[in-house]
Ligand binder design. Structure first.
Ligand SMILES: [Ca+2]
Length: 448
């Protein structure tokens, strides 16, 4: 049993090491080749570069996610190995105890056999046979203990090896392409497209002042749509007053298009039970599930009034939406509050206005209106909590009806399927409000 377990550990250890080493080397080769190819073969068709960089971003983002998954798998195996090692050590302790019991029994029988006068009626030969059997049993146990001890030694050695390899892998991980590196590279590439080498002086100047960038890079997805880009996808934007552009996912198809995603969930692969640091700067993958980040959401919505579109899908693929004609998130100083929210229309029900004006709370930062606790930590999510109910699209991805004990903990929208239900898909998108629309009156209702 112990030997089979050791072989199993070794097998996983070897397979994982080969996988991870190959993956790191492949990734490096891929990035080096792409970089070398671009240098040696500049593409005269500038229009295609944007498409290529999108593909590069998508591919590298996927690779980054895969490395993270492999690393996590390796960590899980180490934890499992440690758990099994502890179980084995416990079994060894039990064997030791059994051996001690055998020794005591043998000593007792030996004592009896040396005092025949007290046990004159005992069958001496029967006692001797039992003693012989016990002695054989002891030998078997001793042999088994030797094997177990050897196995424990092997497992300990293997776990040490896995720990060392994991350390090496994590060091290697630092050296491969990261999402931040990728984003910065894409920004540089696109700036290079906007300002070719013949305008190097302007290009460099623009980087330091941001003036030329602000003029040339779209402010949001609606701006991109109005410039003629009608394809849903990832684009570079730079809202007013922002020094550094960033990437966003644009929806150019829904309800007129021009929507900038701030939240997207559809499969549960991304953990959303994260701290304020993650919610501030964003997490996930623009090509998959993600939270854009409170800072970016504030930059997008803080200086002009935006619409908010919330689209929901339940486990039976039934859809619903909630549209708010005015939405704005405050600054960090304001607790990234749900500063403006009004003008609900839709068929999902209004499960957000209840929270209007509330600050954003995470499991490590309680800014909610519940004085006895933290809604974000007790309900497994992060949201603009006033109280702990009505909605939380950052709750746990549990997909479907929930037992009563899971009330309020799923990814839910109270007026659509209730709080004892976790939706299958949810996305939130913003778009600058049409300036020809009616102004917003304090208190949330529109002036007609
Ligand atoms: Ca509280």
């Amino acid at each position: 049993m112990c030997q089979r377990f050791t072989v199993l550990i070794l097998f996983f250890y070897v397979i994982r090491n080969v996988d991870c080493a190959n993956y790191v080397n492949d990734t490096r080769r891929q990035v080096d080749n792409d970089s070398r190819y671009r240098q040696e073969h500049p593409d005269p068709r500038r229009g295609r570069q944007s498409c290529d960089t999108d593909q590069l971003e998508y591919r590298l983002t996927r690779l980054e996610v895969q490395v993270a998954e492999k690393t996590e798998n390796l960590r899980s195996e180490i934890r499992e190995g440690n758990r099994r090692l502890q179980a084995l050590e416990y079994q060894c302790a039990e064997v030791h105890t059994a051996l001690d019991n055998f020794k005591n029994e043998i000593n007792r029988y030996a004592e009896i056999s040396q005092q025949p006068q007290r046990y004159v009626n005992e069958d001496t030969s029967r006692l001797e046979r039992r003693i012989d059997n016990l002695a054989k049993g002891m030998q078997i146990f001793a042999a088994a203990l030797k094997i177990v001890t050897s196995d424990v030694g092997w497992i300990s050695k293997n776990i040490s090896g896995i720990v060392n390899t994991t350390g090496t892998l994590l060091q290697e991980h630092q050296n491969i392409v990261t999402k931040q590196f990728l984003t910065n590279s894409l920004v540089d590439i696109r700036l290079h497209q906007l300002y070719p080498p013949s305008h190097a002086t302007n290009y460099n100047g623009a980087l330091s002042t941001g003036e030329l960038l602000t003029e040339s890079i779209p402010k949001n997805c609606k701006d991109i749509l109005e410039k003629g880009e009608t394809k849903t996808g990832i684009y570079l934007i730079q809202p007013n007053g922002v020094s550094k552009p960033f990437m966003v996912l644009c929806d150019m198809d829904t309800r007129g298009g021009g929507w900038t995603y701030i939240h997207n969930r559809f499969e549960g692969s991304q953990d959303f039970f994260l701290d304020m640091h993650n919610y501030k700067f964003g997490f996930g993958n623009l090509g998959g599930e993600f939270w854009l980040g409170l800072e970016n959401i504030h930059l997008l919505t803080g200086s002009e009034v935006n619409e908010l579109l919330v689209e929901l899908v339940d486990a039976n693929d039934e859809k619903a939406h909630a549209h708010y004609s005015a939405f704005s998130v405050g600054s960090e100083v304001e607790g990234y509050s749900l500063k403006v929210l009004s003008g609900y229309t839709g068929d999902a029900g209004d499960s957000l206005t209840y929270h209007a004006g509330s600050r954003f709370s995470t499991k490590d930062m309680d800014q909610d209106g519940w004085s006895d606790g933290n809604c974000a930590s007790s309900h497994g999510g992060a949201w603009w909590y006033r109280g702990c109910d009505t909605s939380n699209l950052n709750g746990r991805y549990l997909n479907g009806e929930l037992p009563e004990s899971y009330l309020y903990t799923g990814m839910y929208w109270g007026d659509f399927r209730g709080a004892q239900y976790s939706l299958s898909q949810a996305r939130m998108m913003v778009r600058p409000r049409d300036t020809s629309s009616s102004p917003i009156r304090p208190g949330g209702k529109e002036i007609n």
